[in-house]
Design a protein around this ligand. Structure first.
Ligand code: ZN
Length: 153
């Protein structure tokens, strides 16, 4: 199986069998809503923090297969990490999607499957949506707020 086909399979698997997809999360500390009007993707992300770590995370939304699958892969990769580490991993993913190299390949888990999407500029925002929501949720939490809405123009 060619690598592109394998990555395609991984993306489809996350889309069909989403991980940590839920409309609520018990005792969450922060809730962010991000949208990508270019594609029509809407994403809600809830984060629960304990000991400065991502203790729980749930996302829900209505969007294309890339945006929803990427949020699913993101959730698996960051739960249990410290906030700074999760934030760093989101930055690693962002750089990968902008074709600026791949680091921490083992930590991204299935997130690496989205590197092929970097070849399709209109889909890059879809793949980034969940990860940018995560970064924003961390920043919002650190800023002492509980809610934030962002539109990615
Ligand atoms: Zn999309």
């Amino acid at each position: 199986m060619a690598l592109d086909d394998l990555y395609q399979e991984i993306i489809l698997d996350h889309y069909r069998t989403p991980r940590h997809r839920s409309a609520d999360l018990d005792g969450h500390d922060v809730h962010v809503h991000h949208s990508n009007p270019l594609c029509g993707d809407e994403l809600d992300l809830r984060l629960r923090v304990a000991d400065d770590k991502v203790d729980g995370l749930a996302y829900d939304g209505d969007g294309c297969s890339i945006s929803m699958a990427s949020a699913s892969a993101m959730s698996e990769a960051v739960i249990g990490r410290t906030l700074s580490d999760a934030d760093d991993l989101a930055e690693v993913f962002r750089l990968m999607m902008h074709g600026e190299g791949l680091k921490r390949e083992d930590d991204l888990l299935d997130g690496v499957a989205f590197q092929g999407v970097a070849k399709f500029p209109v889909r890059v925002k879809c793949a980034l949506l969940g990860w940018m929501a995560l970064k924003d949720a961390i920043a919002t939490y650190r800023g002492g707020s509980q809610e934030h809405r962002v539109t990615h123009e």
